[in-house]
Design a protein around this ligand. Structure first.
Ligand code: FES
Length: 233
């Protein structure tokens, strides 16, 4: 089993070829289960670069679940790379690099998880790490909302209702992941929230500057400054 260790600013990530254990359809999403090999699952909110067969660039994916001996990713087939990953089946194998980036800070007093669409991907792993705190999830349709089964106790809304409609006046320690408009709305309602942002990534470790975004008036390389940012006022 080919495996390389990559040192990134004092932290180690590994690149390894992993077997596909399963691919489960949940609404429009695919839950892709890989063997874990020698990779560490990392902190919830960190991501892995998955090399889609036949595609030139890997795709960054947050870890969704870390069952014993496995790594699970939630995928939405929105382009050639994600469609290729969604077509993987047991017997296939892909190269995976990770864990990468900064995950969520788990030292929180009253966590509230907030997620939208495929952005709920890191929340099952995060919920497990935090002892299943309350969670609010929003989706664009009932079919998309089927994936809420990954967080069985979550409160769920479907558009036109928005997940931010459910935020209490004093939301506590919000940890959120989802589309940018949702994160901006959460940011306005919950100062100090930990927000996991998304951006296209080519390398995943700070070399290509393909993931630079402006957040809170500052430019960040999301792959190494994020994807979870804690200091956005
Ligand atoms: S993905 Fe290359 S610098 Fe961030």
């Amino acid at each position: 089993m080919p495996c390389d260790t990559v040192s990134l600013g004092g932290r180690e990530a590994r690149r390894e070829r992993l077997d596909v254990l399963g691919a489960e359809q949940i609404g429009p999403y695919t839950l892709l289960r890989l063997e874990r090999g020698e990779l560490e699952p990392g902190v919830p909110g960190q991501f892995f670069m998955l090399e889609a067969p036949g595609r030139p660039l890997p795709r960054p994916m947050s870890l969704c679940q870390a069952p014993p001996g496995g790594l699970t990713f939630l995928l939405e087939p929105v382009g050639p790379g994600t469609r290729s990953l969604c077509s993987l089946r047991p017997g296939d194998a892909i190269h995976v690099l990770g864990p990468l980036g900064n995950g969520f800070d788990l030292d929180v007093q009253s966590p509230l998880l907030v997620g939208g669409g495929v952005g709920i991907a890191p929340l099952p792993y995060l919920a497990e790490a935090l002892g299943d705190p309350p969670a609010l999830l929003g989706f664009r349709s009932d079919r998309h909302a089927e994936v809420a089964c990954l967080l069985p106790d979550a409160e769920v809304v479907v558009e036109p209702r928005l997940v931010t409609d459910l935020l209490p006046d004093d939301p506590g320690d919000v940890l959120a992941c989802g589309p940018e408009p949702m994160l901006e709305a959460v940011r306005r309602r919950a100062s100090g929230a930990q927000l996991a942002w998304e951006a296209p990534m080519a390398c995943g470790y700070g070399a290509c500057y393909g993931c630079v975004v402006e957040v809170g008036g500052r430019y960040r390389r999301l792959c190494i400054d994020g994807p979870v940012l804690r200091d956005v006022a």
